[in-house]
Design a protein around this ligand. Structure first.
Ligand SMILES: Cc1cc2nc3c(=O)[nH]c(=O)nc-3n(C[C@H](O)[C@H](O)[C@H](O)COP(=O)(O)OP(=O)(O)OC[C@H]3O[C@@H](n4cnc5c(N)ncnc54)[C@H](O)[C@@H]3O)c2cc1C
Length: 475
């Protein structure tokens, strides 16, 4: 009977959750006490769990849905992320590798539609999640990251994807992004930013309004696979017809999913409000920004005029265990700050006021890994966002809802819903191999930022990491 790994509650909440929680009048929802039944029980109250619940209520409003959340809804990655609402054009090659060209392109389009659907859902349901659609600047921050952007656009066009990305000249990248470090890149118009915790808490409110029962402070300790699955919690149990495991990185504690994902931290900091100084850099359009590294920097300007910036691939989990290292970045926040100061030297006097961290579930294919646990169609899981889950979790919710409702549609039938296409090696190879590749990537990318290509051995080891973006240097 699968035991679920414990959730360590963060002692310090992200800037986003702190902001969202002061706006709420009610305390968190009470934990489950006693035994209840449900048609569908969802473990995890992040975007995936909440979109799944909402989609079930949309398709089959009478369904009795219960969400069990160990912390508070949005306490995981959904309340801690960078708030970049991105589609999947950057992953279209990964999608095609797993699903074939027709479905890969369809999914890439669907994820981009999700960017608009999130905005529309917020508007229709009175969720002020600071949704702002101004596109994404994906920039090179060293000459060694100046790829053949034209070839990339041509590649997308060959797939029938016109106008989804366009080349940014070095001047335009620097001007719009407000940094002389930005040496050109790509502009994706269909991208937005949100205040992520307000989105998570808004989804929770709407789910409650639509009759979903949510228990917060209720970790599921054990999933007992009987005729009707039973979810054991500290003070009760849920007996359900069907179950969705929407626990993101924590799912790596399950034997079956351990090799489907690696758990990495992503670390974030936020500056004090400094709107005037930020405007002086020229970054006034509200665009989201990412650089071209694998240990990617991602940033946005918040509504109250801070820069919130993160960096991927900090800590690595041993055996998929989400330890306290995934709640607080500690010294890793210094590396994030170095990135910020490098991009925006004129912000040097602006202090850092917040630092937090969260866990990312990276699959080998860089795409979703959804399926039936142990082939049991009553227990579905969904992981593998690989660092881009804000918009794609809406798709994740569709896949889970269609599967649980036994609908025969494009979502239940997607290739992404048939388990992991490729697994990671077993421990300890995965962990120590992962540390080696991460360290080589760090050395390589820091060296590239100094304008020096890393040595052959370091480059060879770093190349074992799945590339975030098609890497095609100009010369
Ligand atoms: C720092 C950071 C920055 C990121 N930035 C971006 C970004 O800018 N753009 C983007 O697209 N994506 C980003 N991501 C990824 C994105 O946040 C996630 O892919 C997305 O939030 C996943 O949603 P989820 O609901 O699957 O997971 P989560 O939000 O993590 O929800 C899982 C929930 O399950 C709960 N849980 C776990 N185990 C149990 C249990 N046994 N019982 C009950 N509950 C349990 C957890 O408490 C948690 O609330 C980032 C992630 C991090 C960590």
């Amino acid at each position: 009977m699968p035991l679920l790994q414990p959730v360590r509650i963060a002692q310090t909440r992200s800037l986003w959750l702190q902001e969202a929680l002061v706006q709420e009048s009610e305390a968190s929802l009470p934990p489950l006490h006693g035994s209840v039944t449900a048609e569908i029980a969802i473990i995890g109250g992040g975007y995936t769990g909440l979109w799944t619940a909402l989609r079930i209520k949309e398709l089959a409003p009478e369904t009795d849905v219960v969400v069990l959340e160990a912390d508070i809804c949005g306490g995981g990655a959904s309340g801690r992320n960078g708030g970049l609402v991105l589609g999947w054009y950057a992953k279209v090659k990964n999608l095609i590798a797993v699903c074939g060209q027709e479905e890969g392109v369809r999914l890439a389009r669907a994820a981009t539609d999700a960017v608009d659907e999130i905005g529309a859902f917020c508007a229709a349901n009175g969720i002020d999640a600071h949704y702002h659609k101004a596109g994404l600047l994906n920039v090179a921050t060293t000459p060694l990251h100046v790829w053949d952007w034209d070839a990339r656009v041509a590649e997308l066009e060959r797939l029938g994807l016109y106008g989804v990305e366009r080349v940014l000249s070095p001047g335009e990248a620097a001007e719009r992004g407000g940094s002389a470090r930005y040496l050109g890149g790509l502009f994706q118009p269909d991208a937005a930013t949100v205040q992520p915790a307000l989105l998570a808490r808004g989804l929770r409110r709407v789910a409650l309004e639509r009759g979903v029962r949510i228990f917060e402070g209720t970790p599921v300790l054990e999933l007992i696979e009987a005729e009707r699955p039973r979810l054991r919690t500290p003070a009760g149990e849920v007996i359900a017809d069907k179950v969705a495991i929407a626990t993101n990185a924590w799912a790596a504690g399950l034997q079956e999913l351990r090799r489907a994902i690696v758990v990495l931290s992503s670390d974030m900091i936020a500056t004090a409000p400094a709107r005037k100084r930020i405007e002086k850099t020229g970054w006034t359009g509200g665009e989201a920004i990412t650089d071209s590294r694998l240990m990617v920097h991602y940033h946005q300007v918040t509504r109250d005029g801070r820069i919130a910036i993160g960096r991927g691939s900090g800590a690595l989990a041993w055996l998929g265990q989400v330890s306290d290292a995934f709640n607080t970045p500690g010294r890793r926040s210094l590396a994030v700050e170095r990135g910020l100061r490098r991009f925006y030297p004129t912000l040097a006097p602006v202090p850092i006021t917040h630092a937090w961290s969260g866990a990312v579930d990276r699959s080998r294919t860089n795409t979703l890994v959804f399926g039936a646990l142990g082939g049991n169609e009553r227990i579905r899981y969904g992981v593998g966002y690989s660092g881009t889950g804000v918009a794609p979790s809406l798709i994740g919710g569709r896949i889970l809802a269609s599967s649980l409702l036994e609908r025969d549609d494009e979502w239940s039938n997607t290739r992404l819903n048939r388990g992991a296409a490729i697994l990671y090696p077993r421990e300890p190879v995965r962990y120590f191999g992962g540390l080696l590749v991460r360290e080589a990537t760090r050395i390589k990318e820091e060296s590239e930022e100094r304008g020096v290509a890393a040595g052959e051995v370091v480059t060879a080891v770093a190349s074992l990491a799945p590339a975030r973006y098609p890497r095609r240097p100009v010369k």
